[in-house]
Design a protein around this ligand. Structure first.
Ligand code: PNS
Length: 160
């Protein structure tokens, strides 16, 4: 079985993430979306909420599974029997950091990384921009799935 992992913070998932996950799911038998549980970095959404949103928005992709991980990505991939990471590249500015991570992961365990160019429709999207614009009342519905719009609005009503 050819498996790939799409790792990230997903705080929250955007249409750009979904584009990469959907395209990866057409290339591999199984895609594991791995949500980093980062205790030192608190986001807007708890990791349970991130997983709930991801589970709902990928429900139609039958070969996509959502998981969470702590620690090194290479350890998670070894435990899951995955040898490839698929990452989206939005612009050249993503490349520096992504290249460093890819080379480090390859050096650590031989874990391969394949870069997929983001659909230009989503090249300016990031979870942090989404949260910032949403905080000031901007309409996020073109950029994130409806459930994420609802969850963002609920968070902001609760004073986040
Ligand atoms: O959505 P993000 O925050 O850009 O995702 C970054 C992520 C989760 C892919 C990266 O931080 C990661 O793999 N973290 C796990 C810890 C690890 O393996 N660090 C070394 C990477 S070289």
């Amino acid at each position: 079985m050819r498996r790939a992992v799409c790792p990230g913070s997903f705080d929250p998932v955007t249409n750009g993430h979904l584009d990469i996950i959907g395209r990866a799911s057409r290339l591999y038998d199984e895609v594991i979306v791995a949500v980093l549980v980062n205790q030192s970095k608190s986001g807007m959404f708890t990791h349970t909420e991130r997983i709930e949103m991801l589970t709902e928005v990928t429900a139609e992709l039958k070969n996509v599974r959502i998981a969470s991980f702590q620690g090194l990505l290479v350890d998670f991939c070894r435990d899951e029997g995955v040898s490839v990471v698929v990452k989206g590249l939005r612009a050249v500015s993503d490349f520096d950091y992504e290249l460093q991570m890819a080379q480090m992961n390859y050096g650590l365990s031989g874990l391969e990384t394949l870069f997929m160019p983001t659909n230009p429709l989503y090249s300016f999207l990031s979870s942090s921009l989404i949260k910032d614009v949403a905080k000031w009342g901007g309409d996020m519905s073109p950029h994130v799935p409806p459930i994420v719009v609802e969850r963002l609005q609920a968070k902001l009503r609760d004073g986040h």
